[in-house]
Write a protein that binds this ligand. Sequence first.
Ligand SMILES: C[S@@+](CC[C@H](N)C(=O)[O-])C[C@H]1O[C@@H](n2cnc3c(N)ncnc32)[C@H](O)[C@@H]1O
Length: 237
Amino acid sequence: MKDPMHSMGKPSPSAIRSYVLRTGRIGSGQRRALESLAPDYVVPFEASRPPGTLAHLWPDRVRDGPLIVDIGFGMGEALAAMAAQHRDRRFLGIEVHPPGVGSLLQRIETLALDHVRIVQHDAVPVVQAMLGAASVDAFHVYFPDPWPKKRHHKRRLVQRPFAELLASRLRPRGYLHCATDWEPYAVAMLDCLSQIAELRNAHEGFHPRPEWRPLTRFERRGLQLGHKVWDLIFRRI
Ligand SMILES: C[S@@+](CC[C@H](N)C(=O)[O-])C[C@H]1O[C@@H](n2cnc3c(N)ncnc32)[C@H](O)[C@@H]1O
């Protein structure tokens, strides 16, 4: 499968601007974690790293373990909870929000998660440049910003060609798991992912909430507001 971004004729990793960098306050613990732990766990974005050369970033113990990538991990609670349960896997979190990166670093320290790495950068160019074809076992995209206004729909992360790019990075039988509490986005994702030839829906329609997906901060907030939650799991053929 060709790189979908390049096959568009106009390679434009920045075509989706799916986030706004808020200037919110950063906690002192998050700041300390960013200063002291980032050198060990935060991997610089490199546009020209040859695909497949990330393996040495993780400890030898997990070097051959499945690679799980969480895109937009927020404050990192779901990623940290999964990493604490699966110490034989490699986890990569991608997030642009500095307090979130600080928060995940704090969890890495508290829970001794030496098998988690972070890239603090826009996920679109990160996936495009740093992850090799058929190298990822799972992508988690939990509660991506819904961009509810019609004129902002183009800013949604889960749409073509990014979804095609994710599909190209999955190993056969690897999966893309999305969840949202915004029904119109859930419907749009189902429509988009169903049209990607390399992906197969693991369920008919929306997936029942897998009990192994930890509750995320945004999910908790949505549930408190009375929102429903929709899960989608699509496998690479
Ligand atoms: C609504 S929050 C959800 C966070 C978390 N997954 C959760 O469920 O609590 C969406 C997150 O995605 C991040 N984000 C949005 N677009 C991104 C991108 N292109 N690259 C990396 N992170 C992104 C935002 O900074 C934000 O933290």
